[in-house]
Design a protein around this ligand. Sequence first.
Ligand code: UN1
Length: 492
Amino acid sequence: MPQRFQNFIDGRWQDPKSEKWFDRENPATGETLGTFPDSGRNDVGDAVAAAVKAQAEWQRTPAPHRGEILFRAAEMMVARKEELSREVTTEMGKVLKEARGDVQEAIDMTYYMAGEGRRQFGHVVPSELPDKFAMAVRQPHGVVAAITPWNFPLAIPSWKLMPALVAGNTVVFKPSPYSPLSAYNIVRILEEVGLAPGVVNLVFGEDDTGAALVEDPRVGMVSFTGSMEVGREIAAYCGRHGKRVHLEMGGKNAIIVLDDADVELALEGAVWSAFGTTGQRCTAASRLIVQRGLMAEFSDRLMARASTLRLGNGLDDSVEMGPVVNQPQLQKVESYVGIGVEEGATIACGGSRLKDGELAKGYFFPPTVFADVKPKMRIAQEEIFGPVTDLIACASLEEAVAVNNDVPYGLVTSIYTRDVTKAFKAMEGITTGIVYVNAGTIGAEVHLPFGGTKGTGNGHREAGIAALDSYSEWKTVYVDYSGRLQKAQIDR
Ligand code: UN1
Protein backbone atom coordinates (compact mmCIF):
# COMPACT_ATOMS: atom_id res chain seq x y z
CA MET A 1 0.00 0.00 0.00
CA PRO A 2 1.45 3.40 -0.90
CA GLN A 3 1.66 5.88 1.97
CA ARG A 4 -1.40 8.09 2.44
CA PHE A 5 -0.79 11.78 3.02
CA GLN A 6 -3.22 14.27 4.55
CA ASN A 7 -4.03 17.95 4.31
CA PHE A 8 -2.70 20.28 7.00
CA ILE A 9 -5.42 22.59 8.27
CA ASP A 10 -5.43 24.64 11.47
CA GLY A 11 -2.37 22.80 12.74
CA ARG A 12 -3.82 19.30 12.24
CA TRP A 13 -3.14 16.68 9.58
CA GLN A 14 -6.51 15.49 8.35
CA ASP A 15 -8.27 13.48 5.64
CA PRO A 16 -10.17 15.46 3.03
CA LYS A 17 -13.91 15.90 3.55
CA SER A 18 -14.21 15.32 -0.19
CA GLU A 19 -13.16 11.70 0.50
CA LYS A 20 -11.35 11.84 -2.84
CA TRP A 21 -7.69 10.96 -3.39
CA PHE A 22 -5.12 10.80 -6.16
CA ASP A 23 -1.90 8.83 -6.62
CA ARG A 24 1.42 10.25 -7.67
CA GLU A 25 3.98 8.15 -9.53
CA ASN A 26 7.74 8.44 -10.00
CA PRO A 27 8.09 9.70 -13.60
CA ALA A 28 11.33 7.75 -14.12
CA THR A 29 10.03 4.35 -13.03
CA GLY A 30 6.24 4.48 -12.96
CA GLU A 31 6.17 3.40 -9.28
CA THR A 32 3.51 4.92 -7.05
CA LEU A 33 4.98 7.34 -4.51
CA GLY A 34 1.95 8.06 -2.41
CA THR A 35 -1.76 8.83 -2.22
CA PHE A 36 -2.79 12.43 -1.64
CA PRO A 37 -6.09 14.22 -0.94
CA ASP A 38 -8.01 15.59 -3.89
CA SER A 39 -9.51 18.37 -1.81
CA GLY A 40 -12.92 19.85 -2.43
CA ARG A 41 -14.53 23.19 -1.65
CA ASN A 42 -15.22 22.23 1.97
CA ASP A 43 -11.58 21.42 2.57
CA VAL A 44 -10.45 24.64 0.97
CA GLY A 45 -13.07 26.54 2.98
CA ASP A 46 -11.78 25.01 6.23
CA ALA A 47 -8.20 25.91 5.32
CA VAL A 48 -9.10 29.50 4.51
CA ALA A 49 -11.13 29.79 7.72
CA ALA A 50 -8.11 28.60 9.70
CA ALA A 51 -5.89 31.11 7.92
CA VAL A 52 -8.33 33.94 8.63
CA LYS A 53 -8.53 32.97 12.29
CA ALA A 54 -4.75 32.90 12.69
CA GLN A 55 -3.96 36.06 10.75
CA ALA A 56 -4.41 38.85 13.31
CA GLU A 57 -2.24 37.11 15.89
CA TRP A 58 0.43 36.36 13.29
CA GLN A 59 0.44 39.97 12.13
CA ARG A 60 0.82 41.08 15.77
CA THR A 61 3.81 38.78 16.20
CA PRO A 62 6.79 41.11 15.78
CA ALA A 63 8.34 40.68 12.34
CA PRO A 64 11.77 39.81 13.79
CA HIS A 65 10.11 36.91 15.65
CA ARG A 66 8.39 35.82 12.46
CA GLY A 67 11.81 35.90 10.83
CA GLU A 68 13.32 33.76 13.60
CA ILE A 69 10.82 31.00 12.90
CA LEU A 70 11.81 31.10 9.24
CA PHE A 71 15.46 30.98 10.27
CA ARG A 72 14.81 27.77 12.18
CA ALA A 73 13.03 26.35 9.14
CA ALA A 74 16.07 27.15 6.99
CA GLU A 75 18.33 25.39 9.51
CA MET A 76 16.12 22.33 9.38
CA MET A 77 16.19 22.31 5.58
CA VAL A 78 19.99 22.39 5.74
CA ALA A 79 19.99 19.42 8.11
CA ARG A 80 17.61 17.48 5.84
CA LYS A 81 18.95 18.67 2.51
CA GLU A 82 19.83 15.23 1.18
CA GLU A 83 16.50 13.54 1.90
CA LEU A 84 14.57 16.57 0.66
CA SER A 85 16.60 16.49 -2.56
CA ARG A 86 16.02 12.79 -3.16
CA GLU A 87 12.29 13.27 -2.82
CA VAL A 88 12.37 16.14 -5.34
CA THR A 89 14.04 13.75 -7.79
CA THR A 90 11.68 10.86 -7.14
CA GLU A 91 8.55 12.93 -7.55
CA MET A 92 9.38 15.01 -10.62
CA GLY A 93 12.49 13.51 -12.16
CA LYS A 94 15.18 16.21 -12.18
CA VAL A 95 18.67 14.82 -11.58
CA LEU A 96 19.86 14.78 -7.99
CA LYS A 97 22.45 17.52 -8.49
CA GLU A 98 19.72 19.85 -9.70
CA ALA A 99 17.36 18.69 -6.97
CA ARG A 100 19.99 19.74 -4.44
CA GLY A 101 20.04 23.11 -6.16
CA ASP A 102 16.27 23.32 -5.85
CA VAL A 103 16.49 22.65 -2.11
CA GLN A 104 19.40 25.08 -1.76
CA GLU A 105 17.31 27.77 -3.43
CA ALA A 106 14.59 27.16 -0.83
CA ILE A 107 17.19 27.36 1.93
CA ASP A 108 18.60 30.60 0.52
CA MET A 109 15.16 32.14 0.22
CA THR A 110 14.19 31.11 3.73
CA TYR A 111 17.35 32.58 5.29
CA TYR A 112 16.95 35.69 3.19
CA MET A 113 13.35 36.27 4.23
CA ALA A 114 14.24 35.44 7.84
CA GLY A 115 16.59 38.43 7.65
CA GLU A 116 13.79 40.58 6.25
CA GLY A 117 12.10 40.16 9.61
CA ARG A 118 14.51 42.80 10.86
CA ARG A 119 14.37 45.01 7.79
CA GLN A 120 11.18 45.41 5.72
CA PHE A 121 12.27 48.97 5.17
CA GLY A 122 9.67 51.57 4.50
CA HIS A 123 10.09 55.28 3.78
CA VAL A 124 10.49 58.17 6.16
CA VAL A 125 10.66 61.46 4.29
CA PRO A 126 10.37 65.12 5.27
CA SER A 127 6.86 66.50 5.14
CA GLU A 128 6.19 69.67 3.12
CA LEU A 129 4.56 71.14 6.23
CA PRO A 130 6.13 72.06 9.56
CA ASP A 131 5.41 69.85 12.57
CA LYS A 132 4.27 66.98 10.47
CA PHE A 133 5.87 63.53 10.19
CA ALA A 134 5.50 61.41 7.05
CA MET A 135 6.24 57.75 6.56
CA ALA A 136 5.14 54.67 4.65
CA VAL A 137 5.09 51.20 6.22
CA ARG A 138 4.15 47.80 4.89
CA GLN A 139 1.02 45.90 5.83
CA PRO A 140 0.05 42.34 4.84
CA HIS A 141 -2.79 41.43 2.50
CA GLY A 142 -4.30 38.99 5.01
CA VAL A 143 -4.71 35.49 3.63
CA VAL A 144 -2.49 34.58 0.69
CA ALA A 145 -3.25 31.67 -1.65
CA ALA A 146 -0.02 30.13 -2.95
CA ILE A 147 -0.53 27.97 -6.03
CA THR A 148 2.70 26.37 -7.19
CA PRO A 149 3.99 24.26 -10.10
CA TRP A 150 5.88 20.96 -10.03
CA ASN A 151 9.14 22.02 -11.71
CA PHE A 152 10.68 23.54 -8.56
CA PRO A 153 8.86 21.60 -5.87
CA LEU A 154 10.69 23.23 -2.96
CA ALA A 155 12.17 26.45 -4.35
CA ILE A 156 8.99 27.99 -5.75
CA PRO A 157 6.84 27.28 -2.68
CA SER A 158 9.57 28.93 -0.60
CA TRP A 159 9.52 31.97 -2.93
CA LYS A 160 5.86 32.41 -2.05
CA LEU A 161 5.51 31.16 1.51
CA MET A 162 8.53 32.85 3.06
CA PRO A 163 7.94 36.46 1.93
CA ALA A 164 4.20 36.08 2.55
CA LEU A 165 4.85 34.89 6.10
CA VAL A 166 7.52 37.37 7.06
CA ALA A 167 5.25 40.17 5.84
CA GLY A 168 2.54 38.98 8.25
CA ASN A 169 0.18 37.11 5.94
CA THR A 170 -1.19 33.67 6.65
CA VAL A 171 -1.15 31.18 3.81
CA VAL A 172 -3.20 28.47 2.15
CA PHE A 173 -0.84 26.48 -0.02
CA LYS A 174 -2.06 24.40 -2.98
CA PRO A 175 0.87 22.64 -4.67
CA SER A 176 0.80 20.95 -8.06
CA PRO A 177 -0.49 17.37 -7.88
CA TYR A 178 2.80 16.41 -9.56
CA SER A 179 4.98 17.57 -6.66
CA PRO A 180 3.00 16.86 -3.49
CA LEU A 181 5.80 15.20 -1.51
CA SER A 182 7.99 18.27 -1.34
CA ALA A 183 4.98 20.38 -0.39
CA TYR A 184 4.34 17.99 2.47
CA ASN A 185 8.02 18.23 3.46
CA ILE A 186 8.17 22.01 3.59
CA VAL A 187 4.96 22.27 5.58
CA ARG A 188 6.14 19.56 8.02
CA ILE A 189 9.27 21.63 8.60
CA LEU A 190 7.25 24.78 9.28
CA GLU A 191 5.09 22.80 11.70
CA GLU A 192 8.12 21.35 13.47
CA VAL A 193 9.78 24.73 13.98
CA GLY A 194 6.70 25.94 15.81
CA LEU A 195 4.57 27.93 13.41
CA ALA A 196 1.21 28.48 15.12
CA PRO A 197 -1.86 26.54 13.87
CA GLY A 198 -3.54 28.11 10.86
CA VAL A 199 -0.58 30.26 9.81
CA VAL A 200 0.24 27.85 6.97
CA ASN A 201 -2.37 25.43 5.68
CA LEU A 202 -1.82 22.84 2.98
CA VAL A 203 -4.52 21.52 0.69
CA PHE A 204 -3.57 19.00 -1.96
CA GLY A 205 -5.63 18.74 -5.09
CA GLU A 206 -6.10 19.34 -8.78
CA ASP A 207 -7.33 22.34 -10.76
CA ASP A 208 -10.75 22.45 -9.03
CA THR A 209 -9.04 22.78 -5.66
CA GLY A 210 -7.04 25.73 -6.96
CA ALA A 211 -10.16 27.33 -8.41
CA ALA A 212 -12.02 26.98 -5.09
CA LEU A 213 -9.12 28.69 -3.36
CA VAL A 214 -8.91 31.56 -5.84
CA GLU A 215 -12.67 32.08 -5.57
CA ASP A 216 -12.85 32.12 -1.79
CA PRO A 217 -13.75 35.73 -0.92
CA ARG A 218 -11.64 35.62 2.24
CA VAL A 219 -8.43 35.17 0.23
CA GLY A 220 -6.89 38.62 -0.14
CA MET A 221 -4.14 37.78 -2.57
CA VAL A 222 -3.38 34.98 -5.01
CA SER A 223 0.15 34.12 -6.04
CA PHE A 224 0.30 31.73 -8.98
CA THR A 225 3.13 30.20 -10.99
CA GLY A 226 2.10 28.09 -13.96
CA SER A 227 0.74 28.32 -17.47
CA MET A 228 -0.32 31.53 -19.22
CA GLU A 229 -3.83 30.17 -19.85
CA VAL A 230 -4.53 29.39 -16.21
CA GLY A 231 -2.76 32.54 -15.01
CA ARG A 232 -4.90 34.73 -17.22
CA GLU A 233 -8.09 33.07 -15.98
CA ILE A 234 -7.00 33.70 -12.42
CA ALA A 235 -6.13 37.30 -13.25
CA ALA A 236 -9.53 37.84 -14.88
CA TYR A 237 -11.31 36.45 -11.84
CA CYS A 238 -9.20 38.51 -9.46
CA GLY A 239 -9.73 41.60 -11.62
CA ARG A 240 -13.49 41.22 -11.45
CA HIS A 241 -13.42 40.71 -7.69
CA GLY A 242 -10.82 43.31 -6.78
CA LYS A 243 -8.39 40.73 -5.47
CA ARG A 244 -4.63 41.16 -5.44
CA VAL A 245 -2.81 38.79 -7.77
CA HIS A 246 0.78 37.93 -8.58
CA LEU A 247 1.50 35.82 -11.66
CA GLU A 248 4.53 34.07 -13.12
CA MET A 249 3.66 32.34 -16.36
CA GLY A 250 6.72 31.09 -18.13
CA GLY A 251 8.93 32.21 -20.95
CA LYS A 252 10.25 31.74 -24.45
CA ASN A 253 13.79 32.58 -23.51
CA ALA A 254 16.68 33.00 -25.91
CA ILE A 255 20.42 32.83 -25.87
CA ILE A 256 21.98 35.21 -28.39
CA VAL A 257 25.39 34.08 -29.63
CA LEU A 258 27.31 36.71 -31.57
CA ASP A 259 30.16 35.97 -33.98
CA ASP A 260 32.75 37.20 -31.49
CA ALA A 261 31.53 34.96 -28.64
CA ASP A 262 33.61 32.45 -26.71
CA VAL A 263 32.06 29.46 -28.49
CA GLU A 264 32.95 26.88 -25.89
CA LEU A 265 31.40 28.98 -23.13
CA ALA A 266 28.29 29.63 -25.20
CA LEU A 267 27.87 25.93 -25.97
CA GLU A 268 28.11 24.95 -22.35
CA GLY A 269 25.59 27.63 -21.46
CA ALA A 270 23.24 26.52 -24.23
CA VAL A 271 23.30 22.81 -23.32
CA TRP A 272 22.73 23.56 -19.65
CA SER A 273 20.02 26.14 -20.27
CA ALA A 274 18.14 24.13 -22.90
CA PHE A 275 18.29 20.67 -21.34
CA GLY A 276 18.83 21.24 -17.60
CA THR A 277 15.72 20.09 -15.71
CA THR A 278 14.77 18.44 -19.02
CA GLY A 279 13.93 21.91 -20.34
CA GLN A 280 11.16 22.18 -17.76
CA ARG A 281 12.08 25.57 -16.37
CA CYS A 282 10.38 28.89 -16.93
CA THR A 283 13.92 30.03 -17.55
CA ALA A 284 14.89 27.34 -20.08
CA ALA A 285 16.57 28.47 -23.30
CA SER A 286 14.18 27.30 -25.99
CA ARG A 287 15.67 29.57 -28.68
CA LEU A 288 19.30 29.89 -29.68
CA ILE A 289 19.71 32.97 -31.84
CA VAL A 290 23.09 32.60 -33.52
CA GLN A 291 24.88 35.06 -35.75
CA ARG A 292 25.45 33.61 -39.21
CA GLY A 293 29.26 33.54 -39.11
CA LEU A 294 29.15 31.09 -36.20
CA MET A 295 26.06 29.07 -37.06
CA ALA A 296 27.67 26.07 -38.77
CA GLU A 297 30.27 25.49 -36.08
CA PHE A 298 27.88 26.20 -33.23
CA SER A 299 25.14 23.90 -34.48
CA ASP A 300 27.53 20.98 -35.22
CA ARG A 301 29.08 21.17 -31.80
CA LEU A 302 25.71 21.62 -30.08
CA MET A 303 24.27 18.50 -31.72
CA ALA A 304 27.35 16.47 -30.84
CA ARG A 305 26.82 17.32 -27.18
CA ALA A 306 23.06 17.20 -27.02
CA SER A 307 22.91 13.75 -28.59
CA THR A 308 25.33 12.26 -26.07
CA LEU A 309 23.70 13.52 -22.85
CA ARG A 310 22.97 10.52 -20.62
CA LEU A 311 19.31 10.02 -19.83
CA GLY A 312 17.92 8.01 -16.93
CA ASN A 313 16.72 7.98 -13.35
CA GLY A 314 17.95 11.19 -11.75
CA LEU A 315 19.01 9.32 -8.60
CA ASP A 316 21.83 7.74 -10.63
CA ASP A 317 24.84 10.06 -10.38
CA SER A 318 26.01 9.50 -13.94
CA VAL A 319 22.68 10.61 -15.41
CA GLU A 320 22.63 14.08 -16.98
CA MET A 321 18.97 14.44 -17.89
CA GLY A 322 15.88 12.97 -16.24
CA PRO A 323 12.41 12.23 -17.62
CA VAL A 324 9.65 14.60 -18.57
CA VAL A 325 7.31 14.98 -15.59
CA ASN A 326 4.19 13.15 -16.83
CA GLN A 327 2.23 11.75 -19.75
CA PRO A 328 0.39 14.98 -20.72
CA GLN A 329 3.68 16.87 -20.72
CA LEU A 330 5.28 14.19 -22.88
CA GLN A 331 2.38 14.42 -25.33
CA LYS A 332 2.74 18.18 -25.43
CA VAL A 333 6.43 17.85 -26.33
CA GLU A 334 5.65 15.27 -29.00
CA SER A 335 2.93 17.42 -30.47
CA TYR A 336 5.25 20.45 -30.70
CA VAL A 337 7.86 18.35 -32.47
CA GLY A 338 5.16 17.48 -35.03
CA ILE A 339 4.22 21.16 -35.33
CA GLY A 340 7.87 22.12 -35.91
CA VAL A 341 8.24 19.58 -38.71
CA GLU A 342 5.00 20.76 -40.35
CA GLU A 343 6.20 24.34 -40.15
CA GLY A 344 9.33 23.40 -42.11
CA ALA A 345 11.96 23.24 -39.38
CA THR A 346 14.50 20.38 -39.43
CA ILE A 347 15.06 17.99 -36.55
CA ALA A 348 18.82 18.19 -36.06
CA CYS A 349 18.87 15.72 -33.16
CA GLY A 350 16.42 13.89 -30.91
CA GLY A 351 12.79 14.17 -31.92
CA SER A 352 11.10 11.03 -30.64
CA ARG A 353 10.33 9.36 -27.35
CA LEU A 354 12.69 6.67 -26.01
CA LYS A 355 10.86 3.39 -26.14
CA ASP A 356 13.52 0.75 -25.43
CA GLY A 357 14.83 -0.92 -22.29
CA GLU A 358 14.45 0.47 -18.78
CA LEU A 359 13.74 3.98 -20.03
CA ALA A 360 10.51 2.84 -21.64
CA LYS A 361 9.00 2.65 -18.14
CA GLY A 362 9.41 6.39 -17.68
CA TYR A 363 8.53 9.49 -19.67
CA PHE A 364 11.85 9.94 -21.44
CA PHE A 365 12.30 12.27 -24.38
CA PRO A 366 15.79 12.99 -25.75
CA PRO A 367 17.40 16.41 -26.11
CA THR A 368 15.95 17.78 -29.32
CA VAL A 369 17.32 20.57 -31.49
CA PHE A 370 15.39 22.13 -34.35
CA ALA A 371 17.45 23.78 -37.10
CA ASP A 372 16.24 26.22 -39.79
CA VAL A 373 13.75 27.78 -37.43
CA LYS A 374 12.09 31.06 -38.43
CA PRO A 375 11.26 33.52 -35.65
CA LYS A 376 7.51 33.46 -36.26
CA MET A 377 7.07 29.67 -36.24
CA ARG A 378 4.91 28.40 -33.40
CA ILE A 379 7.86 26.40 -32.01
CA ALA A 380 9.72 29.72 -31.73
CA GLN A 381 6.82 31.60 -30.13
CA GLU A 382 5.06 29.18 -27.75
CA GLU A 383 6.37 27.69 -24.54
CA ILE A 384 7.01 23.94 -24.94
CA PHE A 385 8.40 23.22 -21.44
CA GLY A 386 10.47 20.24 -22.51
CA PRO A 387 13.91 19.33 -23.86
CA VAL A 388 13.44 21.11 -27.18
CA THR A 389 15.34 24.11 -28.46
CA ASP A 390 15.48 26.04 -31.75
CA LEU A 391 18.38 27.32 -33.80
CA ILE A 392 17.51 30.67 -35.37
CA ALA A 393 20.03 32.45 -37.60
CA CYS A 394 20.47 36.22 -37.46
CA ALA A 395 22.62 38.76 -39.28
CA SER A 396 23.41 41.29 -36.55
CA LEU A 397 23.05 42.22 -32.91
CA GLU A 398 20.13 44.49 -33.79
CA GLU A 399 18.29 41.70 -35.57
CA ALA A 400 19.01 39.26 -32.74
CA VAL A 401 17.58 41.65 -30.15
CA ALA A 402 14.51 42.32 -32.29
CA VAL A 403 13.87 38.57 -32.76
CA ASN A 404 14.48 37.99 -29.06
CA ASN A 405 11.91 40.58 -28.04
CA ASP A 406 9.26 39.57 -30.54
CA VAL A 407 7.55 36.79 -28.51
CA PRO A 408 4.54 36.93 -26.20
CA TYR A 409 6.72 36.27 -23.13
CA GLY A 410 9.47 38.29 -21.46
CA LEU A 411 11.34 36.34 -18.80
CA VAL A 412 15.05 35.83 -19.60
CA THR A 413 17.58 36.58 -22.34
CA SER A 414 21.25 35.85 -22.40
CA ILE A 415 23.90 37.14 -24.75
CA TYR A 416 27.37 35.80 -25.46
CA THR A 417 29.81 38.37 -26.80
CA ARG A 418 33.31 39.56 -25.99
CA ASP A 419 32.50 43.08 -27.11
CA VAL A 420 31.57 45.27 -24.17
CA THR A 421 29.81 47.81 -26.38
CA LYS A 422 27.57 45.14 -27.85
CA ALA A 423 26.88 43.74 -24.40
CA PHE A 424 25.68 47.14 -23.18
CA LYS A 425 23.63 47.76 -26.31
CA ALA A 426 21.97 44.38 -25.75
CA MET A 427 21.26 45.12 -22.08
CA GLU A 428 19.56 48.31 -23.21
CA GLY A 429 17.55 46.83 -26.06
CA ILE A 430 16.43 43.55 -24.50
CA THR A 431 12.98 43.82 -22.93
CA THR A 432 12.89 40.71 -20.70
CA GLY A 433 12.80 40.93 -16.91
CA ILE A 434 16.17 39.17 -16.54
CA VAL A 435 19.29 39.51 -18.70
CA TYR A 436 22.54 37.55 -18.53
CA VAL A 437 25.81 38.46 -20.22
CA ASN A 438 28.11 35.53 -20.96
CA ALA A 439 26.02 33.12 -18.89
CA GLY A 440 23.08 30.87 -19.73
CA THR A 441 19.42 31.68 -19.06
CA ILE A 442 19.25 29.87 -15.73
CA GLY A 443 20.87 30.81 -12.47
CA ALA A 444 18.66 33.44 -10.86
CA GLU A 445 19.62 34.25 -7.25
CA VAL A 446 17.09 34.70 -4.48
CA HIS A 447 18.01 38.20 -3.38
CA LEU A 448 17.27 39.84 -6.74
CA PRO A 449 13.90 40.35 -8.37
CA PHE A 450 12.69 37.40 -10.45
CA GLY A 451 9.98 37.73 -13.08
CA GLY A 452 9.23 38.97 -16.52
CA THR A 453 7.49 41.36 -18.81
CA LYS A 454 4.53 40.88 -21.18
CA GLY A 455 2.85 37.44 -21.00
CA THR A 456 5.27 36.21 -18.36
CA GLY A 457 3.72 38.18 -15.57
CA ASN A 458 1.56 41.04 -14.41
CA GLY A 459 4.22 43.47 -13.27
CA HIS A 460 4.93 41.90 -9.90
CA ARG A 461 8.17 40.15 -9.03
CA GLU A 462 9.18 37.29 -6.81
CA ALA A 463 12.39 37.11 -4.78
CA GLY A 464 14.51 40.00 -3.60
CA ILE A 465 12.95 43.02 -1.93
CA ALA A 466 10.49 43.04 -4.81
CA ALA A 467 8.80 40.01 -3.23
CA LEU A 468 7.87 42.10 -0.21
CA ASP A 469 6.15 44.54 -2.55
CA SER A 470 4.10 41.64 -3.91
CA TYR A 471 3.13 40.31 -0.48
CA SER A 472 2.37 43.60 1.24
CA GLU A 473 0.73 46.92 0.57
CA TRP A 474 1.93 50.35 1.50
CA LYS A 475 0.32 52.24 4.33
CA THR A 476 1.25 55.90 4.30
CA VAL A 477 1.06 57.53 7.71
CA TYR A 478 1.09 61.28 8.45
CA VAL A 479 1.42 62.51 12.01
CA ASP A 480 0.58 66.17 12.43
CA TYR A 481 1.85 67.61 15.71
CA SER A 482 1.33 71.29 14.86
CA GLY A 483 -1.93 71.52 16.81
CA ARG A 484 -3.62 73.40 13.98
CA LEU A 485 -5.31 72.53 10.69
CA GLN A 486 -2.68 72.24 7.96
CA LYS A 487 -3.77 71.61 4.40
CA ALA A 488 -0.74 70.53 2.35
CA GLN A 489 -1.01 71.93 -1.21
CA ILE A 490 -3.68 74.47 -0.29
CA ASP A 491 -1.40 76.19 2.24
CA ARG A 492 1.18 77.15 -0.41
C1 UN1 B 1 11.61 28.40 -12.83
O1 UN1 B 1 12.07 27.98 -13.87
O2 UN1 B 1 10.39 28.35 -12.65
O3 UN1 B 1 17.24 30.63 -12.58
C2 UN1 B 1 12.43 28.98 -11.75
C3 UN1 B 1 16.68 29.54 -12.47
C4 UN1 B 1 16.21 29.08 -11.12
C5 UN1 B 1 14.77 29.38 -10.92
C6 UN1 B 1 13.89 28.88 -12.02
N1 UN1 B 1 16.99 29.71 -10.10
O4 UN1 B 1 16.49 28.81 -13.43
